[in-house]
Design a binder for this molecule. Structure first.
Ligand code: 9D3
Length: 269
């Protein structure tokens, strides 16, 4: 899989390519990441990539011409296929594991990293084929989002993590619109390793018991409980077993149970 990254900070990516999953995938010949300095596609002496916004307002906007030229140069190398061109922007569709699963099917992606107040809208309209945001928080540009997307897509490629035949098992559900959709499933259960007692903080007894059925049930209950408390949105799309439903009903009853505070409401004598 080939990623072509268009950025004014190509150096930002160098350490990422020297570590972890991206380094391994590149070394194994399963991914290649090519960095393109947007300023190389300018024509003026100052290598200008930005300009003031029409209509006024603060900040600067990426000019359309250098971005257009950068993508055109890449497209010229692949005249047979229309390239997938992703603009990273806060206005894009939200990046999720489902989007990563979708992108891993491509053999070539172009990633445009914006900066400043944004990119001339004509790039989003006429050059990009997709627009993606990584979440509802303000960053200074698309470089970190591009790196994040490459990391999460590359680790799904067959052979990268040694997961040659990693067929998705229980990861798909049907959403309200009736479409098959990826879900994380539940949040993970807690993990422990030795020592069984660390500074007086003990590992739950059940995990030391050797009773595999009890361990399975404990882990499932902890995963359900954590998901119910922190990410109830995930439960909406998750296929629950009858046992799961019973445990969630128990949690709900416990939560509705009035808290007993000894002595509360008693008259002082
Ligand atoms: C504070 C400026 N904002 C005014 C409402 C608009 C804005 C413009 C450009 C906010 C951030 C940016 C730069 N961000 C990205 O290019 C970006 C991004 C992000 O900020 N959050 C989540 N995903 C992404 S993908 C690209």
């Amino acid at each position: 899989m080939t990623f072509d990254v268009i950025t004014i900070f190509p150096d930002f990516f160098s350490s990422l390519l020297e570590h972890g999953v991206l380094k391994r995938a590149i070394a194994a010949g399963l991914a290649s990441i090519r960095l393109h300095d947007l300023r190389d596609f300018t024509e003026d002496r100052h290598r200008t990539v930005d300009d003031r916004p029409f209509g006024g307002g603060p900040g600067m906007v990426f000019k359309p011409d250098p971005v257009f030229k950068a993508v055109a140069a890449l497209q010229a190398g692949r005249p047979d296929q229309r390239l997938s061109v992703i603009l990273l922007s806060p206005q894009g569709r939200l990046f999720t594991q489902a989007v990563a699963e979708e992108l891993k099917r491509q053999d070539h992606l172009v990633l445009i990293c914006g900066r400043y107040e944004g990119v001339d809208e004509r790039i989003a309209e006429h050059v990009a084929t997709d627009e993606i945001s990584i979440g509802d928080y303000v960053l200074s540009g698309g470089e970190l989002p591009a790196a994040l997307i490459m990391e999460s897509v590359v680790r799904l490629l067959p052979g990268v993590l040694g997961n040659e035949a990693s067929a998705p098992q229980d990861s798909f559900t049907t959403n309200q619109a009736g479409c098959r959709e990826f879900r994380y499933g539940l949040l993970d259960f807690p993990h422990y390793t030795r020592p069984a007692d660390f500074q007086g903080w003990k590992v739950p007894e059940v995990l030391l018991s050797g009773n595999h059925e009890e361990i399975r049930r404990w882990r499932r209950q902890r995963a359900l409980e954590k998901t119910w408390r922190r990410r109830p949105d995930l439960l909406a799309g998750f296929p629950l077993s009858e046992e799961d439903r019973q445990w969630l009903a128990t949690l709900q009853r416990q939560a509705c149970e009035p808290v007993v505070i000894p002595g509360l409401g008693e008259q002082k004598s």
